[in-house]
Design a protein around this ligand. Structure first.
Ligand SMILES: Cc1cc2nc3c(=O)[nH]c(=O)nc-3n(C[C@H](O)[C@H](O)[C@H](O)COP(=O)(O)OP(=O)(O)OC[C@H]3O[C@@H](n4cnc5c(N)ncnc54)[C@H](O)[C@@H]3O)c2cc1C
Length: 381
């Protein structure tokens, strides 16, 4: 079998891997190894496709904010259609969620408190008396995830990058300052730098490379598509309860996507929806919205993968030369991807990452110093 030599090997062709690869390819010979026959078929192809600034950990919010400009005004030739479309978020607090509502206002920015009457004018299906308090986040967007993902891939290929599909990275060795990665298909790829952007499999890759895992937890989240007729939902804001127990968002103009905001820990795999979560999504939505559900048109599930403190982990592994982490994107991997990809390229090139530097300490994978040792158990250091 041939050995393929590169400057950087990126593992994973989800949004994390391809956003980093697109930036890296401008100055390095880069290969992206993807286990599947198509790029983006795991978490990236299963998201709710939203950009919400008041969401996630402080580091995620920094990267989300820094991604805004790129999403609004992508570089020439990146895509043929807009990447984002405005869609407000309506945060609703039913009776009993007043404390969560106050906490959300205290920590969020750009939230506009509104009356229940305004909420009902925007979402007429809201049941009278359901909303005790509510607020709009108007600076929020739907993201065209396929266009964003394809745009990064196009930019990557234009710079000479190589996408290697059906190449599950399986064996790892470091010799004379070079990573040697053997794939399940029997190919060997070498490079001085290895970027672990394997999503839910991030710790599996690290363990195979003999490194200590970070303690990543993949969590299942379910999406359910229903026909909300006779309601015309295309221009509704996303309706989101402040306790994060469900939300509903217009889909393809005439449909509604509903989720119970589930977060069930499980090992990385091709995750499928569970009947209980589908029923829970509909039940929670129907407590707030007077929508009759005649049948579920489609349901899916995807993994949102979190580090122990729920922040992203982007940076070099202090114990393994040339090993770079880009994992823990949780529920914000799409909306953070332009800034995260740029940051990966800056750190690998040894450049000052500019405004993203504000989040560096929070992003450092080294913060999980007492993480699990390879083969299980907790490290003594
Ligand atoms: C229901 C749901 C709703 C969401 N909503 C939003 C949202 O509104 N906004 C937002 O920003 N985010 C959202 N997310 C989160 C977002 O989808 C993820 O954070 C993001 O897709 C993670 O991207 P990734 O590239 O890290 O992972 P993935 O897309 O899973 O990519 C990882 C890739 O690595 C590959 N791989 C793994 N191991 C190997 C190996 N050994 N060799 C080669 N390849 C390997 C896998 O095959 C996979 O293709 C949502 C997620 C879900 C599930």
């Amino acid at each position: 079998m041939d050995t393929h030599r590169f400057d950087v090997i990126v593992i994973g062709a989800g949004i994390a891997g391809v956003s980093a690869a697109a930036e890296l390819a401008a100055e390095h010979r880069v290969v992206v190894l993807e286990a599947e026959a198509a790029a983006g078929m795991h978490s990236t192809g299963r998201s709710a496709a939203m950009w919400i600034l008041n969401y996630g950990t402080p580091d995620a919010r920094v990267l989300t904010g820094l991604s805004r400009h790129f999403l609004m005004t992508p570089p020439a030739g990146f895509c043929d259609t807009p990447l984002v479309r405005p869609r407000s978020i309506l945060f609703v607090a039913p009776h009993g969620q007043e404390a969560e509502f106050e906490a959300m206002l205290a920590e969020g920015s750009g939230l506009r408190v509104a009356s229940p009457a305004e909420a009902m004018a925007r979402v007429p299906a809201l049941r009278p008396g359901y909303v005790a308090a509510c607020a709009f986040e108007d600076d929020a967007y739907d993201i065209d995830v396929a266009a964003l993902h394809q745009g990064f891939l196009r930019q990557f290929r234009r710079c000479g990058g190589t996408l290697a599909l059906d190449q599950r990275a399986q064996t790892f060795a470091r010799r004379d300052g070079i990573w040697q990665v053997g794939s399940a298909a029997g190919e060997t790829f070498t490079a001085p730098v290895l970027v672990n952007a394997a999503g839910a499999w991030g710790d599996v890759v690290a363990a195979a490379a003999g490194l200590r895992p970070l303690g990543l937890t993949p969590c299942r989240r379910t999406g359910v598509i229903i026909d909300p007729a006779p309601w015309a939902v295309a221009d509704w804001p996303v309706v989101h309860d402040v306790a994060h127990t469900w939300y509903a968002r217009a889909e393809a103009r005439t449909r509604l996507m509903v989720t119970p905001a589930d977060e069930t820990p499980m090992p990385p795999h091709d995750v499928q929806p569970d009947e209980f979560d589908i029923a829970l999504a509909i039940d929670r939505m129907q407590q707030a919205l007077a929508i009759e559900v005649r049948r579920v048109e489609r349901a899916w599930a995807g993994l949102r993968t979190f580090t122990p403190d729920r922040g992203l982990a982007i940076g070099w592994d202090a114990a393994a030369p040339g090993f770079f982490w880009c994992v823990g994107q949780g529920g914000y991997g799409i909306q953070t991807s332009p800034a995260a990809g740029r940051l990966v390229a800056d750190l690998i090139a040894g450049r000052d990452p500019g405004a993203a530097g504000a989040a560096l300490a929070r992003l450092d994978p080294g913060r999980f110093a007492a993480r699990a040792a390879p083969g299980g158990g907790l490290a003594g250091d």
